[in-house]
Design a protein around this ligand. Sequence first.
Ligand SMILES: [Fe+2]
Ligand SMILES: [Fe+2]
Length: 325
Amino acid sequence: MKQEIILIAEDNNVLRLALEEMLSIEGFVVLAAANGIEALSHMDVLTPDLIISDISMPEMDGYAFFEQVRANPDWLSIPFIFLTARGTKDDILTGKDLGAEDYLVKPLNRIELLTAVRSRLERSRQLRVVRLREAYEASLTMLANAIEARDQYTRGHVERVTAYAILLAKQMGWQGKRLEELRFGAILHDIGKIHVRETTLRKNGPLDPEEWEEIRQHPTIGASMVKDIPYLIPAIPAIKYHHERWNGSGYPYGLAGEEIPIIARIVAVADSFDAMTTTRVYQKARTPEKAYNDILKGAKNHFDPVVIAAFKRIWENGEIQKVAI
Ligand SMILES: [Fe+2]
Ligand SMILES: [Fe+2]
């Protein structure tokens, strides 16, 4: 693992050396500065993973240094710990207004210092993971929407299918990682349509066998598109099997009942409901009420009864209607 870099700004030589030593022994790379200006010049070269700064220092004090750090968008998320000899309530409150996260009051001991440093580093690691995941999800949604846009009539399809699928799964008691996997599966369910020609997607009339074959392949192609992305592997069953039907009459594999992975059985209901409530080349949009009744009518043949029971409950408590257009 990469060594983490800690920047110390402290004008007291003895204390600065002591801090440097305590942290280097623990395996951190330590950059030391006697005031805010010196600390900033270190940051022009290396971005620290965490900053520990004294408050009263000559040239540039801790508060001014903190403000400079936060003014730079690249440094916004660096954990910043104030070190104060005063430790008075007023000092701490002034610091709080600035939005600093932590304080260490001098004199400090080794355990206190290391505990604060480690917990702040851990929190910032977790935040980075969350941000990364959000950015990842936003890019995938953008990609999926770009593909859906070729279909013209499916505006918002990706977001709605995802919303319905999440509502269904939550109703079925899903949480945490499983929900996350379902979210990606729902976002990407039609990604394989990138290989279907626009003339086929937009055809107003019956498809010829070749065109129908193109459509039939979109689940398999979609699954193979993401197969090398470890983070998306759990989403593959949603992509690959979302057109399978409970009675085995779906495509492309003709799986039936519980042979169809549950994640795909959920996406199937969400996808069908949205397809029914939006205008397509081959049909006019049905009202949510009509689509709801049609889903229930076809339920025995097409959908998992457990998913349908959840669908009924979220319809009855009005959750579906909030998403439906
Ligand atoms: Fe599909
Ligand atoms: Fe779809």
